[in-house]
Design a protein. Structure first.
Length: 693
């Protein structure tokens, strides 16, 4: 059992080893501290944006001016008067006023329709998805013909169905008249961070952008969900509390990112703005509290640094206060304090990780790298919050990416710590075992009674066999647990791929990547199903539930499934009706495994035949593949056996083993007729009447 655990831990640690160089992350952290303070800076007077037919997407950076209404009560007429009085100030780059979200912010820009630039355009406002009010004064078709300016409302307070498009971005449909100019106003208000990147796009360009956004977020958050599931599974199996807590914190972080990226908003569409804000504050503070608790557990409660321990407990108390006050919507008041708390936490965690590294602990470099990455992410987030980091696509996307990287590094560090503990325990056990064997040899020389020595040897063998059975049982339980834990994220990935495929047409390169993701998810799902089938057969002890049914119909159904899913030619030679008495579900599994095995080893057709003769039913599944060597024809039915000639093909070596077990439980048999380079035919023989269950 210890060997299995060590192999798992060492394998994961080796995969993450290149990320464990603290110098790399220290350099990244320092560079991000020195990031230029240019986000939201004011620039020269903006020029109108000329829309032309030869271009489908325009960024409005450099064409926008901003005005702050501290009361939040000014209407369009009052803002227009302020605009004429020169109250609007030009903005360079993305609009990011920092933490100032009192009242409302107004943005304005001028659009002119150049050659081919008339018709329908879409204004996309890439603001915080939890911004309560995102309104736009845009040109749209008038009731009596022509184009008139009108208000369009969006934001968290507006239901998805009432928006121009129900997507995470705030988008507004515009109608630009030929040869004319229009001044567009955008109003932003709410208690969350106020920021905006503005673009004007044709509909195909907008749908392509939304597709890329959904794909990127699915990959990032899917990776985070997989890391959370893996950490919790390993923590439970290895009895490592730090891994379990890291997995729980990562799960909370994933849920928070689903909310702040807008992916979860369609599911929350029926909730009020206050309820969504309360949920956001709750997840944010719980995620920070989980991170602090994980660090406390990771470094032994900071007992070696009493002052740091008291500071960490104080920081934890602040986050718990935020959890308790989540329904009061004190987010704008508490957020600067929460950022300061997590900055202080990051510094204390880096100090503790550095002490761990200096003490020679194997996981020290991992912890140091992980918390340096966490500090870098906090610097970027705080820089965006206070307007010190330029607002662009990179600065928005880098934070969730760094969060996933940080979790992966800490995960590897915790596995390293567990492996080190297990190595020390194994060394102690080896020393104790060596001493025990020495004493045993001394006793054997002193004891003349050979019978007693033989009895002790038999007892030791019994203990070893019991331990071996226990280890095999734990191994089977682990396989079942891990298989079940991976089903949910695989289903989420498959659903995301299906949704993206069903959306707007994707470019060939994008569709190729989607197909790769779909095939990989299906391949891993098939492997999980194989392990689960074997585990289920063991647990159920193969109790038969025989009944009479039409075997021909079952085989035809399996053949149709293959033709629909794989497109391969599958022929069936069987009477119109062939009534048998057997367990229909187990027989479907057995024949399905034989067909899947045939499809794996041949690119040609697969032949299925069934007949009854001499008191038995015979099912044959043949292919035109490479065939089997004489030495493999019996071994292929053993558990986990893989022929060396076909080791490069995917599989776990369980399919034919399961077929043999099902055949034997029915009182039948399974055999193979094969000629090298000429294909194989597997023959499943069953009695006409199934044995009693």
């Amino acid at each position: 059992m210890n060997g299995i655990r060590q192999a798992l831990v060492r394998g994961i640690v080796r995969l993450a080893m290149p990320l464990a160089r603290p110098g790399v992350w220290l350099a990244l952290w320092s560079a991000l501290w020195l990031a230029p303070a240019s986000g939201g800076a004011y620039a020269a007077a903006p020029a109108p944006l000329v829309l032309e037919g030869r271009q489908a997407s325009y960024a409005l950076q450099g064409h926008v001016a901003a005005f702050h209404d501290p009361t939040g009560r000014m209407d369009r007429a009052a803002v227009g008067a302020a605009d004429r009085d020169g109250a609007f100030r030009p903005v360079a780059g993305g609009f990011d006023p920092g933490i100032d979200n009192d009242g409302a912010w107004w943005l304005r820009f001028d659009l002119a329709a150049g050659p081919g630039g008339d018709g329908v355009w879409w204004l996309s406002v890439d603001a915080h998805p939890l911004t309560a009010e995102v309104d736009a004064f845009v040109p749209e078709p008038a009731a009596g013909g022509g184009v008139a300016m009108a208000w369009r409302r969006s934001g968290l307070a507006v239901p998805m169905a009432a928006r121009d498009l129900p997507v995470p971005l705030f988008v507004f449909r515009m109608e630009m008249p030929a040869g004319e100019s229009r001044t567009v106003y955008v109003r932003l208000a709410g208690t969350r961070t106020i920021r905006a990147l503005l673009d004007v796009q044709r509909l195909p360009a907008l749908t392509g952008r939304l597709t890329a956004l959904a794909t990127g977020l699915s990959l990032i958050l899917g990776s985070a969900a997989l890391l959370a599931a893996a950490a919790i599974a390993c923590g439970v199996w290895l009895r490592a509390r730090t891994l379990t807590m890291l997995g729980a914190g990562t799960a909370l972080m994933t849920a928070l990112q689903l909310l702040v990226t807008g992916l979860a908003l369609p599911a929350l569409d029926g909730l009020s703005t206050g309820a969504v804000y309360a949920l956001h504050s709750l997840l944010l503070n719980l995620t920070c509290a989980a991170m602090i608790l994980t660090a406390l557990t990771m470094f032994g409660g900071f007992r070696a640094m009493p002052w740091s321990r008291r500071a960490m407990l104080g920081l934890l108390g602040f986050t718990l206060f935020g959890v308790l006050t989540s329904p009061l919507d004190l987010h704008a008041t508490l957020l600067p304090g929460l950022i300061a708390v997590m900055m202080a936490f990051s510094v204390l965690a880096v100090i503790a990780a550095f002490r761990s590294l200096r003490a020679g602990e194997p996981a020290g470099r991992w912890y140091l790298a992980g918390f340096l990455v966490y500090g870098a992410m906090l610097n970027i987030y705080a820089g965006l919050l206070f307007g010190l980091v330029p607002l662009n696509v990179f600065s928005i996307w880098i934070s969730p990416v760094l969060l996933v990287v940080q979790v992966a590094i800490l995960f590897a560090g915790m596995l390293t710590a567990v492996r080190s503990t297990q190595d020390a325990r194994l060394a102690l056990e080896a020393a104790l075992l060596a001493a025990s064997r020495s004493n045993e040899r001394t006793l054997e020389r002193a004891v003349a009674d050979r019978t007693r020595a033989l009895q002790e040897e038999n007892e030791a063998r019994g203990v070893a066999e019991t331990a071996l059975r226990r280890a095999l049982r734990e191994q089977r339980n682990l396989l079942a647990m891990v298989s079940h834990e991976f089903r949910t994220p695989l289903a989420a990935i498959g659903a995301a791929v299906h949704v993206i495929r069903a959306g707007a047409p994707a470019a060939p390169r994008e569709r190729q990547e989607l197909d790769k993701i779909g095939r990989a998810a299906s391949r891993l799902g098939g492997l999980i199903d194989t392990f689960l089938t074997d585990e289920w057969l063991d647990r159920a002890t193969l109790q038969l539930k025989p009944r009479r049914f039409d075997l021909t119909a079952l085989l035809a159904d399996l053949a149709r499934d293959v033709r629909a899913g794989d497109g391969r030619l599958v022929t069936l030679d069987a009477p119109p009706s062939l009534i048998v008495e057997a367990d229909a579900m187990l027989l479907r599994i057995a024949v399905g495994n034989l067909i899947g095995n045939a499809l794996k080893y041949t690119r040609g057709s697969v032949r299925i035949a069934a007949a009854q003769d001499n008191g038995q039913t015979t099912i044959r599944v043949g292919d035109d593949g490479p065939g089997l060597d004489a030495g493999d024809r019996e071994a292929v039915f053993e558990r986990y056996y893989r022929s060396e000639a076909h080791a490069r093909l995917p599989g776990a070596g369980l399919g034919l083993f399961i077929v043999r077990r099902i055949a034997e439980r029915h009182g039948g048999s399974i055999g193979v007729e094969s000629t090298p380079s000429a294909g194989s035919t597997f023959c499943l023989v069953l009695p006409l009447q199934a044995p009693a269950a």
